[in-house]
Write a protein that binds this ligand. Structure first.
Ligand code: UDP
Ligand code: MG
Length: 319
Protein backbone atom coordinates (compact mmCIF):
# COMPACT_ATOMS: atom_id res chain seq x y z
CA UNK A 1 0.00 0.00 0.00
CA UNK A 2 1.30 3.40 -0.92
CA UNK A 3 0.65 6.34 1.39
CA UNK A 4 -1.70 9.03 0.17
CA UNK A 5 -3.35 6.92 -2.49
CA UNK A 6 -7.05 6.50 -2.34
CA UNK A 7 -8.44 3.09 -1.57
CA UNK A 8 -11.30 1.45 -3.41
CA UNK A 9 -12.84 -1.80 -2.22
CA UNK A 10 -15.12 -4.09 -4.20
CA UNK A 11 -17.63 -6.01 -2.08
CA UNK A 12 -18.72 -9.23 -3.73
CA UNK A 13 -21.29 -11.48 -2.04
CA UNK A 14 -20.95 -15.11 -3.07
CA UNK A 15 -23.54 -17.82 -2.73
CA UNK A 16 -22.85 -20.95 -4.74
CA UNK A 17 -21.02 -19.15 -7.51
CA UNK A 18 -18.30 -21.69 -8.35
CA UNK A 19 -19.18 -21.38 -12.04
CA UNK A 20 -18.73 -17.61 -11.98
CA UNK A 21 -15.77 -16.94 -9.70
CA UNK A 22 -12.93 -17.58 -12.20
CA UNK A 23 -14.46 -15.43 -14.93
CA UNK A 24 -15.61 -12.78 -12.45
CA UNK A 25 -12.09 -12.44 -11.12
CA UNK A 26 -10.63 -12.33 -14.63
CA UNK A 27 -13.08 -9.64 -15.76
CA UNK A 28 -12.55 -7.64 -12.58
CA UNK A 29 -8.81 -7.86 -12.87
CA UNK A 30 -8.65 -6.76 -16.47
CA UNK A 31 -11.32 -4.07 -16.05
CA UNK A 32 -9.45 -2.54 -13.12
CA UNK A 33 -6.01 -2.90 -14.66
CA UNK A 34 -5.88 0.77 -15.59
CA UNK A 35 -6.68 1.79 -12.00
CA UNK A 36 -3.65 0.11 -10.50
CA UNK A 37 -1.35 3.10 -10.53
CA UNK A 38 -3.94 5.48 -9.15
CA UNK A 39 -5.67 3.54 -6.40
CA UNK A 40 -5.11 0.79 -3.90
CA UNK A 41 -7.66 -1.84 -4.69
CA UNK A 42 -9.18 -4.51 -2.51
CA UNK A 43 -11.54 -7.26 -3.60
CA UNK A 44 -13.62 -8.27 -0.60
CA UNK A 45 -15.32 -11.59 -1.26
CA UNK A 46 -17.97 -12.55 1.28
CA UNK A 47 -18.93 -16.18 1.03
CA UNK A 48 -22.49 -16.49 2.29
CA UNK A 49 -22.42 -20.13 3.35
CA UNK A 50 -21.95 -21.56 -0.13
CA UNK A 51 -22.50 -25.29 -0.44
CA UNK A 52 -20.32 -25.70 -3.51
CA UNK A 53 -16.59 -25.15 -4.09
CA UNK A 54 -16.86 -21.34 -4.01
CA UNK A 55 -14.86 -20.87 -0.81
CA UNK A 56 -12.09 -23.12 -2.09
CA UNK A 57 -11.87 -21.10 -5.30
CA UNK A 58 -11.79 -17.85 -3.34
CA UNK A 59 -8.95 -19.15 -1.20
CA UNK A 60 -7.10 -19.94 -4.40
CA UNK A 61 -7.57 -16.35 -5.60
CA UNK A 62 -6.33 -15.00 -2.31
CA UNK A 63 -3.21 -17.13 -2.58
CA UNK A 64 -2.32 -15.62 -5.94
CA UNK A 65 -3.49 -12.02 -5.45
CA UNK A 66 -2.94 -10.18 -2.15
CA UNK A 67 -5.62 -7.65 -3.08
CA UNK A 68 -8.20 -10.38 -2.58
CA UNK A 69 -9.72 -10.73 0.90
CA UNK A 70 -11.91 -13.67 1.75
CA UNK A 71 -14.53 -13.67 4.47
CA UNK A 72 -16.86 -16.61 4.95
CA UNK A 73 -20.06 -16.27 6.94
CA UNK A 74 -20.79 -19.16 9.28
CA UNK A 75 -23.99 -19.99 7.40
CA UNK A 76 -26.20 -18.62 4.66
CA UNK A 77 -27.46 -15.32 6.07
CA UNK A 78 -28.81 -13.91 2.84
CA UNK A 79 -27.58 -11.40 0.30
CA UNK A 80 -28.32 -8.19 2.23
CA UNK A 81 -26.52 -9.43 5.32
CA UNK A 82 -23.57 -10.66 3.25
CA UNK A 83 -23.27 -7.21 1.66
CA UNK A 84 -23.55 -5.58 5.10
CA UNK A 85 -20.72 -7.77 6.38
CA UNK A 86 -18.60 -6.79 3.40
CA UNK A 87 -19.30 -3.08 3.96
CA UNK A 88 -18.41 -3.48 7.64
CA UNK A 89 -15.00 -5.00 6.95
CA UNK A 90 -14.06 -2.94 3.90
CA UNK A 91 -11.79 -0.08 4.90
CA UNK A 92 -11.69 2.15 1.86
CA UNK A 93 -12.44 5.65 0.61
CA UNK A 94 -15.04 4.22 -1.72
CA UNK A 95 -16.79 0.88 -1.77
CA UNK A 96 -18.34 -0.74 -4.82
CA UNK A 97 -21.00 -3.39 -4.24
CA UNK A 98 -21.54 -5.82 -7.08
CA UNK A 99 -23.31 -9.13 -7.75
CA UNK A 100 -20.97 -11.99 -8.44
CA UNK A 101 -22.84 -13.68 -11.28
CA UNK A 102 -21.62 -11.15 -13.87
CA UNK A 103 -25.05 -9.58 -14.18
CA UNK A 104 -23.31 -6.42 -13.07
CA UNK A 105 -20.51 -5.88 -15.61
CA UNK A 106 -17.21 -5.06 -13.85
CA UNK A 107 -16.43 -2.54 -16.59
CA UNK A 108 -19.34 -0.36 -15.43
CA UNK A 109 -17.61 0.13 -12.09
CA UNK A 110 -15.10 2.36 -13.88
CA UNK A 111 -17.90 4.77 -14.72
CA UNK A 112 -19.02 4.69 -11.10
CA UNK A 113 -15.50 5.60 -10.03
CA UNK A 114 -15.38 8.44 -12.58
CA UNK A 115 -18.57 9.87 -11.07
CA UNK A 116 -17.13 9.58 -7.61
CA UNK A 117 -14.09 11.53 -8.77
CA UNK A 118 -16.52 14.21 -9.96
CA UNK A 119 -17.74 14.53 -6.39
CA UNK A 120 -20.74 12.20 -6.35
CA UNK A 121 -21.11 10.30 -3.07
CA UNK A 122 -23.36 7.51 -4.30
CA UNK A 123 -23.14 6.46 -7.94
CA UNK A 124 -25.79 3.80 -8.38
CA UNK A 125 -26.00 1.69 -11.51
CA UNK A 126 -29.46 1.89 -12.99
CA UNK A 127 -30.63 -0.70 -15.48
CA UNK A 128 -31.40 0.65 -18.91
CA UNK A 129 -32.25 -2.87 -20.01
CA UNK A 130 -32.29 -6.15 -18.16
CA UNK A 131 -31.88 -9.64 -19.41
CA UNK A 132 -34.20 -11.31 -16.90
CA UNK A 133 -37.29 -13.42 -17.49
CA UNK A 134 -40.74 -11.92 -17.92
CA UNK A 135 -41.77 -12.95 -14.42
CA UNK A 136 -38.86 -11.21 -12.76
CA UNK A 137 -39.36 -8.09 -14.89
CA UNK A 138 -43.07 -7.72 -14.16
CA UNK A 139 -42.80 -8.46 -10.44
CA UNK A 140 -39.85 -6.09 -10.09
CA UNK A 141 -41.79 -3.40 -11.93
CA UNK A 142 -44.86 -3.87 -9.73
CA UNK A 143 -42.74 -3.82 -6.61
CA UNK A 144 -40.98 -0.57 -7.45
CA UNK A 145 -44.27 1.03 -8.40
CA UNK A 146 -45.83 0.07 -5.05
CA UNK A 147 -42.73 1.09 -3.15
CA UNK A 148 -42.64 4.55 -4.72
CA UNK A 149 -46.33 5.03 -3.91
CA UNK A 150 -46.04 3.94 -0.29
CA UNK A 151 -42.65 5.11 0.80
CA UNK A 152 -41.69 8.61 1.83
CA UNK A 153 -38.09 8.04 0.73
CA UNK A 154 -37.37 8.33 -2.97
CA UNK A 155 -35.92 4.93 -3.77
CA UNK A 156 -34.69 4.86 -7.37
CA UNK A 157 -36.30 2.32 -9.67
CA UNK A 158 -34.49 -0.38 -11.57
CA UNK A 159 -31.50 -0.34 -9.31
CA UNK A 160 -30.09 -3.25 -7.40
CA UNK A 161 -27.28 -2.97 -4.95
CA UNK A 162 -24.71 -2.36 -7.70
CA UNK A 163 -23.29 0.99 -6.67
CA UNK A 164 -20.32 2.93 -5.46
CA UNK A 165 -20.52 4.58 -2.07
CA UNK A 166 -18.16 7.11 -0.63
CA UNK A 167 -16.69 6.29 2.75
CA UNK A 168 -18.95 8.73 4.56
CA UNK A 169 -22.05 7.03 3.18
CA UNK A 170 -20.72 3.64 4.27
CA UNK A 171 -20.03 5.11 7.71
CA UNK A 172 -23.62 6.34 7.89
CA UNK A 173 -24.88 2.94 6.79
CA UNK A 174 -23.01 1.39 9.71
CA UNK A 175 -25.09 3.53 12.04
CA UNK A 176 -28.22 1.69 10.91
CA UNK A 177 -28.51 -1.32 13.19
CA UNK A 178 -31.80 -2.70 11.87
CA UNK A 179 -31.91 -6.39 11.16
CA UNK A 180 -34.36 -6.51 8.27
CA UNK A 181 -32.19 -4.67 5.84
CA UNK A 182 -33.13 -3.19 2.50
CA UNK A 183 -29.79 -1.62 1.72
CA UNK A 184 -30.75 0.36 -1.38
CA UNK A 185 -33.55 1.98 0.61
CA UNK A 186 -31.25 2.83 3.51
CA UNK A 187 -28.72 4.37 1.15
CA UNK A 188 -31.44 6.42 -0.55
CA UNK A 189 -32.68 7.66 2.83
CA UNK A 190 -29.22 8.72 3.98
CA UNK A 191 -28.81 11.49 1.40
CA UNK A 192 -25.60 13.12 0.12
CA UNK A 193 -25.08 13.47 -3.63
CA UNK A 194 -26.56 10.46 -5.36
CA UNK A 195 -26.57 9.97 -9.12
CA UNK A 196 -27.52 7.24 -11.53
CA UNK A 197 -25.25 5.66 -14.11
CA UNK A 198 -27.19 3.80 -16.77
CA UNK A 199 -26.08 0.34 -17.83
CA UNK A 200 -27.31 -2.77 -19.60
CA UNK A 201 -27.74 -5.63 -17.20
CA UNK A 202 -26.55 -8.95 -18.53
CA UNK A 203 -27.95 -12.40 -17.88
CA UNK A 204 -26.51 -14.53 -15.11
CA UNK A 205 -23.36 -16.19 -16.44
CA UNK A 206 -23.49 -19.60 -14.75
CA UNK A 207 -25.44 -21.32 -11.98
CA UNK A 208 -28.86 -20.52 -10.64
CA UNK A 209 -30.36 -17.52 -8.93
CA UNK A 210 -29.84 -17.44 -5.18
CA UNK A 211 -33.09 -15.48 -4.97
CA UNK A 212 -36.00 -17.89 -5.17
CA UNK A 213 -39.49 -16.43 -4.79
CA UNK A 214 -39.37 -16.85 -1.01
CA UNK A 215 -36.29 -14.64 -0.64
CA UNK A 216 -37.62 -12.18 -3.20
CA UNK A 217 -40.83 -11.73 -1.18
CA UNK A 218 -38.82 -11.27 1.99
CA UNK A 219 -36.76 -8.54 0.30
CA UNK A 220 -39.89 -6.89 -1.08
CA UNK A 221 -41.39 -6.99 2.43
CA UNK A 222 -38.26 -5.42 3.91
CA UNK A 223 -38.50 -2.69 1.30
CA UNK A 224 -42.14 -1.88 1.85
CA UNK A 225 -42.50 -2.44 5.59
CA UNK A 226 -39.07 -0.96 6.29
CA UNK A 227 -39.88 2.29 4.54
CA UNK A 228 -43.58 2.75 5.00
CA UNK A 229 -46.16 2.50 7.73
CA UNK A 230 -48.88 3.05 5.14
CA UNK A 231 -50.24 -0.53 5.49
CA UNK A 232 -50.89 0.21 9.18
CA UNK A 233 -52.55 3.50 8.39
CA UNK A 234 -54.75 1.69 5.92
CA UNK A 235 -56.50 -0.03 8.83
CA UNK A 236 -57.86 3.20 10.26
CA UNK A 237 -58.85 4.43 6.80
CA UNK A 238 -60.85 1.27 6.13
CA UNK A 239 -62.33 1.49 9.63
CA UNK A 240 -63.29 5.11 9.17
CA UNK A 241 -64.91 4.39 5.83
CA UNK A 242 -66.80 1.46 7.32
CA UNK A 243 -68.06 3.49 10.27
CA UNK A 244 -69.19 6.29 7.96
CA UNK A 245 -71.01 3.85 5.71
CA UNK A 246 -72.60 2.19 8.73
CA UNK A 247 -73.86 5.56 9.86
CA UNK A 248 -75.55 6.26 6.52
CA UNK A 249 -76.90 2.72 6.45
CA UNK A 250 -78.40 3.22 9.92
CA UNK A 251 -80.19 6.38 8.80
CA UNK A 252 -81.55 4.52 5.81
CA UNK A 253 -82.75 1.61 7.98
CA UNK A 254 -84.44 3.89 10.48
CA UNK A 255 -86.21 5.80 7.73
CA UNK A 256 -87.28 2.54 6.06
CA UNK A 257 -88.60 1.27 9.38
CA UNK A 258 -90.66 4.42 9.95
CA UNK A 259 -91.97 4.86 6.41
CA UNK A 260 -92.70 1.25 5.62
CA UNK A 261 -92.76 -0.84 8.82
CA UNK A 262 -93.78 -4.04 7.00
CA UNK A 263 -90.68 -4.04 4.80
CA UNK A 264 -88.36 -5.16 7.59
CA UNK A 265 -88.52 -7.90 10.18
CA UNK A 266 -88.89 -6.94 13.83
CA UNK A 267 -85.51 -6.31 15.49
CA UNK A 268 -83.51 -6.58 12.29
CA UNK A 269 -82.81 -2.88 11.90
CA UNK A 270 -81.21 -2.77 15.29
CA UNK A 271 -79.07 -5.84 14.62
CA UNK A 272 -77.99 -4.89 11.11
CA UNK A 273 -77.06 -1.31 11.98
CA UNK A 274 -75.30 -2.39 15.16
CA UNK A 275 -73.22 -4.98 13.37
CA UNK A 276 -71.80 -2.59 10.80
CA UNK A 277 -71.26 0.19 13.28
CA UNK A 278 -69.42 -2.12 15.66
CA UNK A 279 -67.29 -3.50 12.84
CA UNK A 280 -66.32 0.00 11.80
CA UNK A 281 -65.52 1.10 15.33
CA UNK A 282 -63.42 -1.99 15.95
CA UNK A 283 -61.40 -1.33 12.81
CA UNK A 284 -60.97 2.29 13.77
CA UNK A 285 -59.66 1.27 17.20
CA UNK A 286 -57.37 -1.26 15.60
CA UNK A 287 -56.04 1.61 13.52
CA UNK A 288 -55.35 3.55 16.72
CA UNK A 289 -53.34 0.59 18.00
CA UNK A 290 -51.70 0.51 14.58
CA UNK A 291 -50.54 4.11 14.81
CA UNK A 292 -48.80 3.43 18.10
CA UNK A 293 -47.35 0.24 16.67
CA UNK A 294 -46.07 2.21 13.68
CA UNK A 295 -44.32 4.64 15.97
CA UNK A 296 -42.85 1.89 18.10
CA UNK A 297 -41.61 0.23 14.92
CA UNK A 298 -39.89 3.35 13.68
CA UNK A 299 -38.37 3.86 17.13
CA UNK A 300 -36.95 0.35 17.38
CA UNK A 301 -35.33 0.63 13.96
CA UNK A 302 -33.01 3.10 15.71
CA UNK A 303 -31.98 4.83 12.52
CA UNK A 304 -29.80 7.89 12.98
CA UNK A 305 -31.79 11.11 12.93
CA UNK A 306 -29.53 12.91 10.46
CA UNK A 307 -26.22 12.85 8.64
CA UNK A 308 -24.03 15.91 8.13
CA UNK A 309 -22.61 16.48 4.68
CA UNK A 310 -20.54 19.37 6.02
CA UNK A 311 -19.29 19.73 9.58
CA UNK A 312 -16.90 22.64 9.57
CA UNK A 313 -16.51 24.19 13.00
CA UNK A 314 -14.02 25.18 15.65
CA UNK A 315 -10.68 26.86 14.95
CA UNK A 316 -9.82 26.81 11.22
CA UNK A 317 -7.62 23.90 10.21
CA UNK A 318 -3.95 24.69 9.94
CA UNK A 319 -4.41 28.00 11.77
N1 UDP B 1 -26.29 -14.09 -2.78
C1 UDP B 1 -25.86 -14.20 -1.47
N2 UDP B 1 -26.65 -14.87 -0.57
C2 UDP B 1 -27.86 -15.41 -0.91
C3 UDP B 1 -28.30 -15.25 -2.25
C4 UDP B 1 -27.51 -14.58 -3.15
O1 UDP B 1 -24.79 -13.72 -1.12
O2 UDP B 1 -28.49 -16.01 -0.06
C5 UDP B 1 -25.44 -13.37 -3.75
C6 UDP B 1 -25.20 -14.08 -5.07
O3 UDP B 1 -24.07 -14.91 -5.02
C7 UDP B 1 -25.02 -12.92 -6.03
C8 UDP B 1 -25.90 -11.84 -5.45
O4 UDP B 1 -26.12 -12.18 -4.10
O5 UDP B 1 -23.69 -12.44 -6.03
C9 UDP B 1 -27.23 -11.72 -6.19
O6 UDP B 1 -27.88 -12.96 -6.18
P1 UDP B 1 -28.56 -13.60 -7.46
O7 UDP B 1 -27.76 -13.28 -8.68
O8 UDP B 1 -28.76 -15.05 -7.19
O9 UDP B 1 -29.95 -12.84 -7.48
P2 UDP B 1 -30.75 -12.34 -8.78
O10 UDP B 1 -29.77 -11.63 -9.66
O11 UDP B 1 -31.28 -13.57 -9.40
O12 UDP B 1 -31.80 -11.45 -8.21
MG1 MG C 1 -28.10 -12.36 -10.36
Amino acid sequence: MTEGRRRIAYVLPIYDEEGNIPLLYERLRSATDGLRDRYDLEFVFVDDGSRDRSLELLRGLRAQDPRVSVYALARNYGHQIAVTAGLDVADADAVIVMDSDLQDPPEVSLELIARWEDGVDVAYAQRRTRDDGLFKRTTAHGFYWLLSRLSNVDIPRDTGDFRLMDRRVVDELRRHPERNRFIRGLVASIGFRQEAVLFDRDARHAGETGYPLRKMLKLAGDGIFGFSTAPLKLISRVGGAMAALAFLWTIYLVVARLVNPESVIEGWTYLAAGMFLLGGIQMLMLGVVGSYLGRIYVEVQRRPLYAFSVADAGPPRGA
